[in-house]
Design a protein around this ligand. Sequence first.
Ligand SMILES: [Zn+2]
Length: 272
Amino acid sequence: MTSRPAPPLSAPEPRPLPTPADPIQAPGTPEQDWHTWPGLRSLPVLDPLAHLPATSGRRPRVLLVAAHPDDEVLGFGGTIAVLAAAGIRLRLVSVTDGEASHPDSRSPLARDLAAVRTRELHQALGRLGADVQSVALGVPDGRVARHEQDLAGRLAELLRDCDLCVVPFTRDVHPDHEGVGRAALVAGTARGVPVWEYPVWAWHWAAPGDARLPWHRAARIPLPPAAQARKHAALECFRSQTQPLGDEPGDEAILPPAELAHFRRDFEVVFR
Ligand SMILES: [Zn+2]
């Protein structure tokens, strides 16, 4: 037998205010809007190779940092291809394995996402022509902020022989991207290594000229046709993100074609 709850003796607790809509879940800005905005094309041009020391006897090394296994290819993959072709050494840190991209999926694939996404990443890096030294930190996906201080220490260690650090945008709205970006900024400052931030989700939630983005420190890296082709081929590897895991609710693609369009441009943008 189930008893009824007693009637309230006083006024009910006020309801919490509705939380603002999650800008990442909300419909995004079409790539066409970015494409037709002259502001993006008129950003200062950055040649990444000109920013690496031409020291004799030692090839420069770049530390690439990603919150999830695909961030670095989405945001910086064309430039990775350029750096790799120029013989720059690359060390890649995957902070999480991306196992929580489909938290509501009941597909068997959803239980295996860490392994699937790691495989996809390595296939993609191969298509970029990048022979990277890979480090996976195994921080739980979605929980980066809780590990931010430790992460800054690990990144400072991994930066010890690097000349540049490339990280997710510290204002990308996704909490893992922001946490990884902040930790890397701390590490870069400690080591005296410049840090470039690449946006991923900002292309979705922001709009052309959006005052929330630090345009004054944005730069555009043009991609030669060969690097564009490599990036397009690499993006095809992330099938666990670009295709639905199944037919049930929760299986939806994280990166449908409208989202991927932001990453098929002939240039990439960094904040520095
Ligand atoms: Zn990510």
